[in-house]
Design a protein around this ligand. Sequence first.
Ligand code: DX5
Ligand code: ZN
Length: 213
Amino acid sequence: MVKISTSILSIKDNIIEKIKILNTTNTDYIHYDIMDGSFVSNTSFSFEEIKELNKYVTKPLDIHLMVQDPKSYIHFYKSMNPEYITIHYEIDNLEANIKLIKNNNIKVGVSIKPNTDIEKIYKLLDKIDLVLIMSVEPGFGGQTFIENSLDKIKKLKEYINNHNLNTVIEVDGGINDITAKSCIRMGVDILVSGSYITNSDNYQDKIELLKKV
Ligand code: DX5
Ligand code: ZN
């Protein structure tokens, strides 16, 4: 069954209370969207904010680093024992940062932006655990799903199957019950969803809906 990673980026107020609610749901992961104001124009949580929030999180962590130079972030986040740390294909020093995450015994994800071809990631697949396909331009929650992401999921899934790989496919941006259905049909393993879940008044219902579409 598809797994759900809930992004807390779009939670506006009472974030600690809302994290406590998420702990009681069937979300498989909590997704931290971390931005540096350089790789993407926006910024999000500071180290201090995450340190405080993370005291309350009981779910496994799925960390999405939208930053140009991940090294210091990897050193900070490794202490939280995350399940995944995902960095972007489009940064400098990609391979060195993949090694750094691996050397800390954390599963490595590599994300591609909407305009990056899926074929570019193939040569990395034996070195990484997860590919995160961005289905919106990274930087903001609440955007509309970009349809050509479906084609990327499909191609990647075929490549993974044909080469007997175990790489996990995750999709992020504009996921709701309708777009989730299409992504699942193409073979996605993990759906990241933010506003669809956290703008609702019943997180568990939305998570179950995504799992069952
Ligand atoms: C965008 C982030 C996403 C985003 C998802 O830069 O990587 O994780 O918060 O939010 P929704 O589900 O609202 O598109
Ligand atoms: Zn994300």
